[in-house]
Design a protein around this ligand. Structure first.
Ligand code: PMP
Length: 304
């Protein structure tokens, strides 16, 4: 990965190579952390962070959900993020804040462990490859089910929960696919390993609801707003696996993946295998929004 000069660590900027944790950090042993993924874009008017406050609010909500104390307010996280990008001089960046339990005790109860807060910003290009935005990607329905509301908190970005995403992603790659689509315990469609899913059928856009065990993606919500504004009908409803083989178009959304078309599911082509018109529209609107070109959505950007 590409790196940057500094990392934000509990209120201070420290050199990238000095950002270390103890082997016995609670989060390293048990996954007791929460995190975010945010992008800053190089716009004609300078670098801007996309929906910064919503991401930091979700960080706070994730921490609350898993009972991890917040040492900094959401507003302090917002400020720290802008400060970090300014000081590292990055024109565009992927930003990774995390709150996690460090060392202090090795038992399951983390109450005696110190809480650490960190944030890194670094360059990161297209998550699913440079061709993906036009050509789309090949997906498989994973045999791994998405973490459920009965054992973890799928609506929170908890570090330990991502073992589930890693299993699904590794399996998909080793089987020759680019990405996994996970069902939930009830067998309904949930999402990808780190992105939300949309299926288009007869000009109506469908996407699984929060109750399906998805993380409520900020890109998902942005694309819903942008398409609805254009008069496109969007329905948040449970989708059966069969819907994945019947769609005219499909795409994934996420901060890392942005808007990525799906070319195939389980080796069946989606439509004719080419990026469809609503997918293209969603990409164009999203690209315009992150570049500050849509007046109605300027407040989604925080200029560095
Ligand atoms: N689902 C999961 C499991 C994710 O990790 C992500 C990435 N944060 C998403 C969906 C997409 O969310 P967002 O658009 O907010 O990045």
């Amino acid at each position: 990965m590409e790196t940057a000069s500094h990392i934000w660590s509990d209120g201070e900027l420290i050199p990238w190579d000095s950002a270390n944790v103890h082997f016995l950090s609670h989060a390293l042993q048990y996954g007791t952390g929460v995190f975010e993924g945010i992008r800053a874009y190089n716009t004609p008017e300078g670098t801007a962070v996309f929906r910064l406050h919503e991401h930091m609010e979700r960080l706070g909500a994730s921490a609350r959900a898993y009972g991890i104390p917040m040492k900094y307010t959401v507003e302090e996280w917002d400020e720290a993020c802008l400060h970090l990008i300014r000081e590292t001089g990055l024109e565009s960046a992927y930003v990774r804040p995390q709150i996690f339990y460090g060392g202090g005790s090795i038992g399951i109860n983390p109450a005696k462990n110190e809480v650490k807060s960190m944030m890194a910003a670094f360059p990161w290009g297209a998550y699913l490859g440079d061709d993906a935005a036009e050509q789309g990607i090949d997906t498989m329905v994973s045999s791994w089910r998405r973490i459920s509301h009965t054992s973890l908190i799928p609506t929170a970005k908890g570090s330990g929960g991502y073992l589930n995403a890693v299993l699904a992603k590794q399996k998909a790659l080793s089987a020759g696919f680019d990405e996994a689509i996970m069902l939930n315990d009830a067998g309904s469609v949930s999402e990808g390993s780190g992105m939300n899913l949309f299926v288009i059928s007869k000009d109506v856009v469908y996407t699984p609801p929060v109750s399906a065990g998805i993380l409520e993606g900020i890109t998902r919500n942005s694309v819903i707003d942008l398409l609805r504004d254009e008069g496109v009908e969007i329905r948040e409803i449970d989708l059966a696996r069969g819907a994945l083989y019947a769609g005219d178009e499909m795409f994934l959304t996420g901060t890392a993946a942005e808007v990525t078309p799906i070319r195939s599911v389980d080796r069946r082509l989606v439509g004719d295998g080419k990026r469809g018109p609503i997918t293209k529209k969603a990409q164009e609107l999203f690209t315009a929004a992150v570049a500050g070109k849509l007046d109605d959505y300027r407040d989604w950007l925080s200029f560095v």
